[in-house]
Unconditional design. Structure first.
Length: 150
């Protein structure tokens, strides 16, 4: 019985501490980054199509947000991010360009590191790149020359 009572006391302490930690996060003056979406699906692209997409985000915290690093899981995906600080309640964009010369499935991640409370965010891109369709040879639109009359 004492073990059960002791276990309940410990459990309640853990709940109270975690609630306090959650409360600290809400009342902190630190920046916080919030993305409109964490995933982008290109659908089906053809080889050579534009592989650019954007991830919009907002600084929902109470101080300036600074992105310290943004990198992809592969060299075929290149992120471009704002180097300047983002003021509280302001929005910005991370642009991502996927190299659509590579045929096959797209399944890549982009890691965003910052000074925010949630300082490590993973973005995902997905889709499929197919070979560019081969254009049919144009029909001969000229008429054969007729034999000159004599």
């Amino acid at each position: 019985m004492k073990k059960i009572l002791m276990l309940m006391v410990v459990f309640n302490c853990v709940l109270v501490l975690s609630a306090q930690e959650e409360g600290k996060k809400k009342n902190t003056k630190e920046p916080e980054i919030e993305f409109e979406t964490l995933e982008h699906n290109y659908g089906t692209l053809h080889q050579g199509d534009d592989g650019t997409c954007e991830f919009s985000f907002k600084n929902t915290g109470k101080s300036y947000l600074k992105l310290t690093n943004v990198f992809s899981s592969c060299g075929c995906t290149v992120p471009e991010w704002p180097k300047d600080s983002i003021a509280p309640k302001k929005s910005a964009v991370i642009k991502v360009k996927y190299n659509t010369q590579r045929i096959g499935t797209i399944n890549k991640t982009i890691t965003v590191e910052s000074n925010a409370i949630n300082n490590h965010v993973i973005l995902k891109i997905s889709g499929m790149v197919e070979a560019k369709p081969v254009d049919a040879a144009p029909e001969n639109s000229t008429t054969p020359l007729s034999e000159p009359s004599r």
